[in-house]
Design a binder for this molecule. Structure first.
Ligand code: SD4
Length: 333
């Protein structure tokens, strides 16, 4: 037998050996988690960023229980925040850019890793629903600006004014000295990211925002970028971000959280490690002064977690056992 064939044979025997060890539950001989001790997943489970995540969870849960697909449940759930004029960071009522324009970013991803996104979209109240149409009805993953609007109109969405009187008033006030200084997000009204583990144990997620208030016209944050604002791998887990998008894009935040879960970290540990990495990378950065980033994550076992740079971040969790409630995330500072 050639040495190469002998090597392959040995490798194959090795693999069978590991499988046998697992089947006999003698896993202490390996450092992998034995299948037998994986707790049965809590499902369905929904987690969403910030306090307005409670209302979003409520609606998504109602949809899931009716048998609606996870993706449709996400669109309906975060659609509550998009339509709420009192949520100043998502959809209708969102704070505008420097020019007084409300520009929206959103993305959605299913358990097959299919995704759809829109960025710099104006005049459409439900960007998450347009992102879903990008996923379903185009060969692409992201449409932006005018092209995204054109596509939305072709799908039957209607243009409307998204700048509420209240948001316009705040913009006019800001114009008085026009200082660009992102406000650290501690007031529980921010980008909504939602992660779902459905009753089949499949993961999906969505993220929608009006982005940073007073941003430059044309600025796109992390929220529509798969890997930054949202990422999932149905074999491992899902993660999503809120906060200063530039910092999340620089570090491929959500994708990194999922990778750490793949390596065996819990959702909490994974969120903490990536948040700390972002903090360390920004320690001497001009953005440090207003750096706030928070992550939420869920794994296939239905464990969830969250962590942020600064205190104040929380997320809404809905499961059968405890219903809909807020969880406080720990923070670095
Ligand atoms: C952005 N990440 O556009 C969004 C804004 C946000 O919490 O999440 N604020 O940068």
């Amino acid at each position: 037998m050639s040495s190469r064939r002998r090597f392959l044979k040995k490798a194959a025997i090795g693999t069978v050996g590991i499988t046998t060890v697992f089947n006999c539950d003698q896993s202490s001989k390996t450092n992998k988690t034995p299948l037998a001790t994986v707790t049965s997943p809590k499902k369905p489970l929904i987690i969403s960023t910030w306090r307005h995540g409670l209302a979003a969870n409520e609606e998504a849960w109602r949809q899931l229980k009716k048998g609606t697909s996870a993706l449709n449940a996400i669109v309906s759930g975060v659609g509550i925040s998009e339509a709420d004029p009192n949520v100043a960071s998502v959809g209708y009522g969102g704070l505008p850019d420097r020019e007084g324009k409300v520009t929206l970013d959103a993305c959605i991803m299913n358990h097959h890793s299919d995704c759809g996104a829109v960025s710099f979209l104006q005049s459409i109240k439900h960007p998450i629903a347009v992102a879903q149409k990008v996923l379903e009805n185009t060969p692409h993953v992201m449409l932006t600006g005018k092209g995204a609007l054109q596509f939305a109109l072709s799908e039957g969405f209607k243009e409307e004014n998204l700048l509420t009187e209240k948001a316009e008033k705040r913009w006019r006030k800001w114009l008085e000295d026009s200082k660009y200084k992102p406000v650290i997000n501690i007031e529980n009204h921010d980008t909504i990211s939602m992660l779902v583990l459905d009753k089949e144990g499949n993961l999906s997620g969505g993220c929608t925002t009006s982005g940073a208030a007073w941003k430059m016209h044309g600025r796109v944050g992390d929220s529509p970028i798969i890997g930054a604002g949202l990422f999932l791998d149905n074999e491992v887990g899902a993660a999503a971000a809120t906060g200063l998008g530039e910092a999340v894009v620089r570090t491929a935040g959500s994708a990194m959280v999922v990778e750490l879960m793949r390596q065996g970290k819990s959702p909490n540990e994974a969120c903490k490690e990536i948040t700390e990495r972002i903090y360390n990378k920004h320690k001497n950065h001009k953005d440090m002064e207003y750096l706030q980033v928070g992550f939420i994550a869920v794994n296939k076992q239905g464990e969830h977690g969250g962590y942020s740079v600064r205190p104040g971040f929380n997320y809404a969790v809905f499961d059968d056992e405890k219903g809909n409630r807020m969880e406080k995330a720990a923070s670095k500072l």
